[in-house]
Design a protein. Structure first.
Ligand SMILES: Cc1cc2nc3c(=O)[nH]c(=O)nc-3n(C[C@H](O)[C@H](O)[C@H](O)COP(=O)(O)OP(=O)(O)OC[C@H]3O[C@@H](n4cnc5c(N)ncnc54)[C@H](O)[C@@H]3O)c2cc1C
Length: 197
């Protein structure tokens, strides 16, 4: 049976869930579709700044019941075999978060209907509505699928957006490790040293 909503959002990351949260506050019936089940991981350095918390109106006390919010006040940075530079701010300039917790928290807070473990497969127009995956009918569709957003790609196919051009930028590979911080840790990565307190 066809499901209906006011807005369907593809992607339940921070962009999709924050958008759904705001729309929900305005009384809009939102459905979020994501190919992953949550909590899910996302490659990320996991740093957010105080203005991010402000913008998201994040209740830090409630958040800390569910996840890690590590204040960062000082950095030591340097190149391997190069001189280290210490920067002390004497105030919280960043927080360390875990994306599996952060994204899951924001998604649940959005209170939107969720269709998780459901990949975007198709999008077509029927009258004034969009039909997603032949199972969701909505007058508005929002693409929040991240870097390779399938909605943006689909719109390019149907001519509503310019075709993505092959990038002449070099490809950057990222590797992530996660570890528990005690007092102070120093990580020596390829070409980068990071130390956080
Ligand atoms: C190595 C690295 C480090 C980073 N470090 C930081 C950092 O420290 N701080 C910071 O603020 N930002 C950081 N970023 C950037 C940050 O991760 C992104 O800006 C952020 O995740 C974008 O959020 P989003 O909601 O737009 O997309 P995403 O978080 O990517 O979410 C997109 C969602 O769409 C879903 N989706 C994708 N395709 C489909 C499909 N076909 N069907 C259904 N669902 C789909 C995905 O499963 C995903 O849940 C980093 C990025 C990288 C690559």
């Amino acid at each position: 049976m066809m499901e209906k909503c006011d807005v369907v959002i593809v992607g339940g990351g921070p962009a999709g869930s924050s958008c759904a949260w705001k729309l929900g506050q305005a009384g809009v019936d939102v459905m979020i579709v994501d190919k992953k089940e949550f909590p899910r991981d996302k490659v990320c350095a996991g740093w957010i700044t105080p203005p991010v918390l402000e913008e998201l109106d994040l209740d830090t006390t409630d958040y800390q019941k569910h996840g890690i919010l590590q204040p960062i006040t000082r950095f030591i940075t340097g190149m391997i075999d190069g001189q280290e530079v210490e920067t002390e701010y004497h105030r919280t300039v960043s927080y360390g978060i875990r994306r599996c917790e952060f994204d899951d928290y924001l998604l649940r807070r959005s209170n939107a209907r969720r269709k998780l473990g459901t990949a975007f497969l198709s999008l077509r127009r029927e009258g004034t509505d969009w039909i997603l995956n032949d199972e969701i009918r909505s007058p508005v569709v929002i693409g929040a699928g991240g870097h390779f957003c399938p909605v943006a790609r689909q719109f390019a196919v149907i001519g509503e957006l310019p075709q993505p051009r092959p990038s002449d930028q070099p490809t950057v590979l990222a590797q992530e490790i996660e570890f528990e911080m005690d007092k102070e840790v120093t990580v020596h990565g390829s070409g980068l040293i990071f130390s956080g307190v």
